[in-house]
Design a protein around this ligand. Sequence first.
Ligand code: SAM
Length: 240
Amino acid sequence: MTRRRWIADTWNKERTEAALTGDQAAHLARVLRAQPGQIFDVVADGFLHRAEVKSVGDDEVTFALHEEQEAEVALPVHLLLAVFKFDHLEWAIEKATELGAARITPVLARRTEKHLSQAATKRVERWRRIVREASQQSRRTDVPEVDDPVTLKLFLPTVDANLKLLLAETEEENTIRAALEAAPANGSIALAIGPEGGWTADEMQLFRDSGWQHVTLGPRILRAETAAIAGLAIAAALRN
Ligand code: SAM
Protein backbone atom coordinates (compact mmCIF):
# COMPACT_ATOMS: atom_id res chain seq x y z
CA MET A 1 0.00 0.00 0.00
CA THR A 2 1.30 3.45 -0.90
CA ARG A 3 1.13 5.75 2.10
CA ARG A 4 1.35 9.52 1.97
CA ARG A 5 4.90 10.56 2.81
CA TRP A 6 5.99 13.57 4.90
CA ILE A 7 9.40 15.02 5.56
CA ALA A 8 9.56 15.95 9.25
CA ASP A 9 10.57 19.43 10.37
CA THR A 10 11.79 18.27 13.78
CA TRP A 11 12.71 14.96 15.43
CA ASN A 12 14.41 13.70 18.58
CA LYS A 13 17.91 12.24 18.63
CA GLU A 14 16.70 8.68 19.13
CA ARG A 15 14.29 9.03 16.16
CA THR A 16 11.29 7.86 18.17
CA GLU A 17 9.34 11.11 17.73
CA ALA A 18 9.01 13.65 14.94
CA ALA A 19 6.80 16.61 14.07
CA LEU A 20 5.57 18.68 11.18
CA THR A 21 5.27 22.39 11.83
CA GLY A 22 4.15 25.54 9.98
CA ASP A 23 2.41 25.13 6.60
CA GLN A 24 2.87 21.36 6.57
CA ALA A 25 1.12 20.99 9.94
CA ALA A 26 -1.68 23.34 8.90
CA HIS A 27 -2.22 21.36 5.68
CA LEU A 28 -2.30 18.04 7.48
CA ALA A 29 -4.59 19.35 10.23
CA ARG A 30 -7.02 21.52 8.27
CA VAL A 31 -7.08 20.13 4.75
CA LEU A 32 -6.41 16.44 5.32
CA ARG A 33 -8.04 16.45 8.78
CA ALA A 34 -5.47 14.05 10.22
CA GLN A 35 -6.50 12.17 13.36
CA PRO A 36 -4.43 10.57 16.12
CA GLY A 37 -3.79 6.93 15.28
CA GLN A 38 -3.49 7.47 11.52
CA ILE A 39 -0.44 5.88 9.90
CA PHE A 40 1.83 7.71 7.45
CA ASP A 41 5.39 7.41 6.18
CA VAL A 42 7.63 10.05 7.73
CA VAL A 43 11.22 10.91 6.84
CA ALA A 44 13.25 12.10 9.84
CA ASP A 45 16.91 13.02 9.49
CA GLY A 46 16.99 11.28 6.08
CA PHE A 47 15.54 8.00 7.43
CA LEU A 48 12.15 6.67 6.38
CA HIS A 49 9.84 5.40 9.14
CA ARG A 50 6.33 4.10 9.46
CA ALA A 51 4.76 6.69 11.80
CA GLU A 52 1.59 7.10 13.83
CA VAL A 53 -0.05 10.48 14.41
CA LYS A 54 -0.02 11.30 18.12
CA SER A 55 -1.43 14.82 18.25
CA VAL A 56 -2.89 17.25 15.73
CA GLY A 57 -2.72 21.02 16.00
CA ASP A 58 -2.73 23.79 13.38
CA ASP A 59 0.89 24.64 14.28
CA GLU A 60 2.26 21.18 15.00
CA VAL A 61 1.40 17.57 14.19
CA THR A 62 3.41 15.04 16.18
CA PHE A 63 4.20 11.42 15.33
CA ALA A 64 5.52 8.35 17.09
CA LEU A 65 8.12 6.86 14.76
CA HIS A 66 7.89 3.09 14.31
CA GLU A 67 10.05 0.70 12.28
CA GLU A 68 12.47 2.05 9.70
CA GLN A 69 11.57 1.33 6.05
CA GLU A 70 13.83 0.57 3.14
CA ALA A 71 14.47 3.73 1.11
CA GLU A 72 15.68 4.29 -2.43
CA VAL A 73 19.23 5.48 -3.11
CA ALA A 74 19.51 9.05 -4.41
CA LEU A 75 20.92 9.74 -7.88
CA PRO A 76 24.42 11.21 -7.32
CA VAL A 77 23.94 14.16 -9.66
CA HIS A 78 24.85 17.75 -8.88
CA LEU A 79 23.04 20.07 -11.28
CA LEU A 80 24.54 23.47 -12.08
CA LEU A 81 21.63 25.35 -13.54
CA ALA A 82 22.23 28.77 -15.05
CA VAL A 83 19.53 31.17 -13.88
CA PHE A 84 16.93 31.76 -16.60
CA LYS A 85 13.30 32.94 -16.64
CA PHE A 86 12.02 32.07 -13.19
CA ASP A 87 8.85 30.23 -14.23
CA HIS A 88 10.87 27.93 -16.52
CA LEU A 89 13.68 27.58 -13.99
CA GLU A 90 11.25 26.65 -11.22
CA TRP A 91 9.66 24.02 -13.42
CA ALA A 92 13.13 22.60 -14.08
CA ILE A 93 13.94 22.61 -10.35
CA GLU A 94 10.75 20.70 -9.57
CA LYS A 95 11.33 18.10 -12.30
CA ALA A 96 15.02 17.72 -11.41
CA THR A 97 13.93 16.90 -7.87
CA GLU A 98 11.47 14.28 -9.10
CA LEU A 99 14.21 12.73 -11.24
CA GLY A 100 16.48 12.43 -8.21
CA ALA A 101 19.08 15.24 -8.43
CA ALA A 102 21.06 15.38 -5.20
CA ARG A 103 22.06 19.04 -5.34
CA ILE A 104 21.12 22.10 -7.40
CA THR A 105 23.32 25.16 -7.75
CA PRO A 106 21.79 28.23 -9.44
CA VAL A 107 24.56 29.86 -11.48
CA LEU A 108 24.65 33.52 -12.45
CA ALA A 109 25.96 33.14 -16.00
CA ARG A 110 27.18 35.94 -18.26
CA ARG A 111 24.00 35.68 -20.31
CA THR A 112 21.64 35.42 -17.36
CA GLU A 113 19.44 38.49 -17.74
CA LYS A 114 20.52 41.21 -15.36
CA HIS A 115 17.19 41.61 -13.58
CA LEU A 116 17.10 37.84 -12.97
CA SER A 117 20.62 37.86 -11.51
CA GLN A 118 19.61 40.68 -9.20
CA ALA A 119 16.41 38.97 -8.05
CA ALA A 120 17.83 35.42 -7.75
CA THR A 121 19.00 35.60 -4.14
CA LYS A 122 15.52 36.57 -2.98
CA ARG A 123 14.00 33.54 -4.75
CA VAL A 124 16.15 30.88 -3.10
CA GLU A 125 13.76 30.24 -0.22
CA ARG A 126 10.98 29.64 -2.76
CA TRP A 127 13.25 27.19 -4.66
CA ARG A 128 13.95 25.36 -1.40
CA ARG A 129 10.19 25.07 -0.78
CA ILE A 130 9.72 23.73 -4.30
CA VAL A 131 12.32 20.97 -3.82
CA ARG A 132 10.85 20.03 -0.47
CA GLU A 133 7.33 19.70 -1.87
CA ALA A 134 8.57 17.85 -4.97
CA SER A 135 10.58 15.48 -2.75
CA GLN A 136 7.50 14.60 -0.75
CA GLN A 137 5.31 14.29 -3.80
CA SER A 138 7.83 12.03 -5.57
CA ARG A 139 8.38 9.99 -2.37
CA ARG A 140 12.03 10.79 -1.92
CA THR A 141 13.60 10.30 1.48
CA ASP A 142 16.00 13.18 1.01
CA VAL A 143 15.58 16.78 -0.07
CA PRO A 144 18.11 18.08 -2.63
CA GLU A 145 20.31 20.84 -1.41
CA VAL A 146 19.71 24.18 -3.19
CA ASP A 147 22.71 26.50 -2.95
CA ASP A 148 22.61 30.27 -2.91
CA PRO A 149 23.10 31.66 -6.44
CA VAL A 150 26.79 31.90 -7.33
CA THR A 151 28.99 33.15 -10.14
CA LEU A 152 30.62 30.50 -12.28
CA LYS A 153 34.16 31.74 -11.71
CA LEU A 154 33.88 31.45 -7.94
CA PHE A 155 31.97 28.20 -7.92
CA LEU A 156 33.64 26.01 -10.57
CA PRO A 157 36.83 25.27 -8.61
CA THR A 158 34.72 23.93 -5.73
CA VAL A 159 32.79 21.34 -7.75
CA ASP A 160 33.82 17.90 -6.63
CA ALA A 161 32.45 15.15 -8.90
CA ASN A 162 34.03 12.15 -10.61
CA LEU A 163 32.49 13.07 -13.94
CA LYS A 164 31.83 16.70 -14.91
CA LEU A 165 29.63 17.23 -17.96
CA LEU A 166 28.82 20.54 -19.59
CA LEU A 167 25.71 20.29 -21.77
CA ALA A 168 26.64 22.27 -24.88
CA GLU A 169 24.66 22.59 -28.10
CA THR A 170 27.94 23.42 -29.86
CA GLU A 171 29.36 19.95 -29.18
CA GLU A 172 28.79 17.66 -32.16
CA GLU A 173 30.46 14.37 -31.30
CA ASN A 174 30.70 13.52 -27.64
CA THR A 175 27.25 12.37 -26.51
CA ILE A 176 26.16 12.44 -22.89
CA ARG A 177 25.45 8.73 -23.16
CA ALA A 178 28.97 7.92 -24.38
CA ALA A 179 30.50 10.04 -21.59
CA LEU A 180 28.38 8.32 -18.93
CA GLU A 181 29.07 4.85 -20.29
CA ALA A 182 32.83 5.48 -20.40
CA ALA A 183 32.94 6.50 -16.71
CA PRO A 184 32.92 4.18 -13.65
CA ALA A 185 29.31 3.24 -12.87
CA ASN A 186 29.28 4.33 -9.23
CA GLY A 187 30.96 7.74 -9.47
CA SER A 188 29.31 11.09 -8.82
CA ILE A 189 28.26 13.33 -11.71
CA ALA A 190 28.02 17.09 -12.17
CA LEU A 191 25.84 18.39 -15.02
CA ALA A 192 25.87 22.04 -16.12
CA ILE A 193 23.13 23.66 -18.20
CA GLY A 194 23.44 27.12 -19.70
CA PRO A 195 20.99 30.05 -19.84
CA GLU A 196 18.67 30.78 -22.76
CA GLY A 197 21.42 32.63 -24.64
CA GLY A 198 23.87 29.76 -23.98
CA TRP A 199 27.29 29.86 -22.29
CA THR A 200 29.78 32.46 -23.59
CA ALA A 201 33.08 31.31 -25.18
CA ASP A 202 34.92 32.42 -22.00
CA GLU A 203 32.65 30.36 -19.81
CA MET A 204 33.03 27.31 -22.06
CA GLN A 205 36.81 27.68 -21.76
CA LEU A 206 36.56 28.03 -17.98
CA PHE A 207 34.69 24.72 -17.87
CA ARG A 208 37.34 23.04 -20.04
CA ASP A 209 40.12 24.40 -17.84
CA SER A 210 38.36 22.92 -14.80
CA GLY A 211 38.19 19.43 -16.33
CA TRP A 212 34.62 19.45 -17.67
CA GLN A 213 33.77 17.46 -20.84
CA HIS A 214 31.45 19.12 -23.34
CA VAL A 215 28.59 16.78 -24.29
CA THR A 216 25.65 16.91 -26.66
CA LEU A 217 22.04 15.80 -26.30
CA GLY A 218 21.62 15.63 -30.06
CA PRO A 219 21.37 17.96 -33.03
CA ARG A 220 18.43 20.06 -31.87
CA ILE A 221 18.70 23.20 -29.73
CA LEU A 222 16.71 22.51 -26.60
CA ARG A 223 15.36 25.03 -24.16
CA ALA A 224 17.46 25.09 -21.02
CA GLU A 225 14.78 23.38 -18.93
CA THR A 226 14.34 20.65 -21.55
CA ALA A 227 18.11 20.10 -21.61
CA ALA A 228 18.19 19.81 -17.80
CA ILE A 229 15.40 17.22 -17.71
CA ALA A 230 16.77 15.24 -20.68
CA GLY A 231 20.29 15.18 -19.20
CA LEU A 232 19.03 14.00 -15.83
CA ALA A 233 16.70 11.40 -17.34
CA ILE A 234 19.59 9.91 -19.32
CA ALA A 235 21.81 9.85 -16.23
CA ALA A 236 18.99 8.23 -14.23
CA ALA A 237 18.38 5.62 -16.93
CA LEU A 238 22.04 4.66 -17.09
CA ARG A 239 22.75 4.81 -13.36
CA ASN A 240 19.59 3.59 -11.56
N1 SAM B 1 22.98 29.46 -27.37
C1 SAM B 1 21.87 28.87 -27.95
C2 SAM B 1 21.17 29.79 -28.89
O1 SAM B 1 20.75 30.88 -28.43
O2 SAM B 1 21.04 29.38 -30.01
C3 SAM B 1 20.84 28.19 -27.07
C4 SAM B 1 21.13 27.84 -25.66
S1 SAM B 1 20.04 26.60 -25.03
C5 SAM B 1 18.50 27.40 -25.19
C6 SAM B 1 20.30 26.62 -23.31
C7 SAM B 1 21.19 25.52 -22.77
O3 SAM B 1 20.61 24.24 -22.99
C8 SAM B 1 22.57 25.42 -23.39
O4 SAM B 1 23.48 26.32 -22.81
C9 SAM B 1 22.96 23.97 -23.13
O5 SAM B 1 23.46 23.82 -21.81
C10 SAM B 1 21.62 23.26 -23.22
N2 SAM B 1 21.36 22.65 -24.54
C11 SAM B 1 20.41 22.99 -25.42
N3 SAM B 1 20.42 22.17 -26.49
C12 SAM B 1 21.41 21.27 -26.26
C13 SAM B 1 21.93 20.15 -26.98
N4 SAM B 1 21.43 19.79 -28.15
N5 SAM B 1 22.94 19.44 -26.44
C14 SAM B 1 23.46 19.79 -25.22
N6 SAM B 1 23.02 20.84 -24.51
C15 SAM B 1 22.01 21.57 -25.00
